[in-house]
Design a protein around this ligand. Structure first.
Ligand SMILES: Nc1ncnc2c1ncn2[C@@H]1O[C@H](COP(=O)(O)OP(=O)(O)OP(=O)(O)O)[C@@H](O)[C@H]1O
Ligand SMILES: [Mg+2]
Length: 254
């Protein structure tokens, strides 16, 4: 059985009496351990799709199945990481931001265990020495690393990332892409990652989903054919890179 099954899913909104379709008739399945990058032009429904999978939205039609069970409300199955830097609790330290949800979600038996688990994940993202800092004392990239550590520590079935590195400078972005790919390969996580960057999608993904104006919204869903060592970013020197870049570019910007 697939970890995630999207079954003829459509999401419509009504605004001031007008119907608007974010995406429609979307079907695909994803196995555990995949790294799916979702691309497509602005407004094609990428964020809405992540929110539907997280259970924040009730589908207009179709369904989202996780391990064969319909997702009906937000729960501990998903952790979501956003583009904005203000997703941390400003009144908690770095350590508190990671350890507190572990206690709330009962992923740690007591405060000491939550602290130990949080420290392990802060170590992974290179922030152990910043445990006592507050979010306003961190750079944008460091805040995103705390958000990643918090999501990883909760060990959800799925990690949903909505353009998490879009507001970062190029060097920090590449560094975090490398870290994320390494963490993914070491942990066996399943990641859904929205990006506007074809370069980022090729670098990170095992599979690519492209959306466009519908119906139907699905433009492409396939394995990333570019070869490279697991856990490392694919680069322009990876075999098959330029052909695949051209293909995705034509799909996203026809
Ligand atoms: N809560 C809402 N109410 C009404 N319309 C909405 C709502 N959320 C999203 N939409 C509409 O759904 C469409 C898809 O929005 P969405 O945010 O999913 O796009 P996106 O692909 O993430 O775009 P971007 O790349 O700019 O982030 C848009 O036309 C948007 O106006
Ligand atoms: Mg979006």
């Amino acid at each position: 059985m697939s970890l995630l099954q999207i079954d003829n899913l459509s999401q419509r909104f009504s605004n001031a009496g007008q119907q608007h379709t974010a995406f429609s008739e979307l079907s695909f399945t994803l196995d555990a351990g995949e790294f799916l990058c979702i691309i497509g032009p602005s407004g094609c429904g990428k964020t809405t799709l992540l929110r539907s999978i997280a259970g924040f939205l009730t589908p207009s039609s179709g369904q989202v199945l996780l391990n064969g069970q319909p997702v009906r409300s937000p729960g501990q199955h998903c952790a979501m990481i956003f583009q904005t830097f203000d997703q941390l609790f400003p009144w908690r330290t770095v350590l508190g931001n990671v350890s507190y949800p572990l206690l709330v979600q009962k992923k740690a038996a007591n405060k000491r265990q939550a602290k130990e688990q949080a420290e392990r994940y802060l170590d992974m993202v290179g922030l152990r020495n910043f445990s006592s800092y507050y979010p306003h004392q961190l750079s944008g990239g460091m805040k995103q690393r705390v958000a990643i550590a918090r999501a990883l520590a909760l060990q959800p079935s799925l990690i949903l990332m909505d353009e998490p590195f879009a507001s970062l400078d190029a060097d920090t972005r590449t560094m975090l892409q490398r870290e994320l790919k390494r963490l993914w390969s070491e942990s066996g996580l399943t990641v859904l990652f929205v990006t506007h960057s074809i370069i980022e999608a090729i670098a990170l993904s095992t599979k690519v989903l492209a959306l466009g104006a519908g119906p139907p919204s699905l433009r492409l869903f396939e394995d990333n054919p570019v070869q490279g060592p697991r856990g490392q970013l694919k680069t322009p020197s990876s075999p098959g890179y330029s052909e695949y870049w051209s293909k995705l570019n034509a799909v996203v910007r026809p």
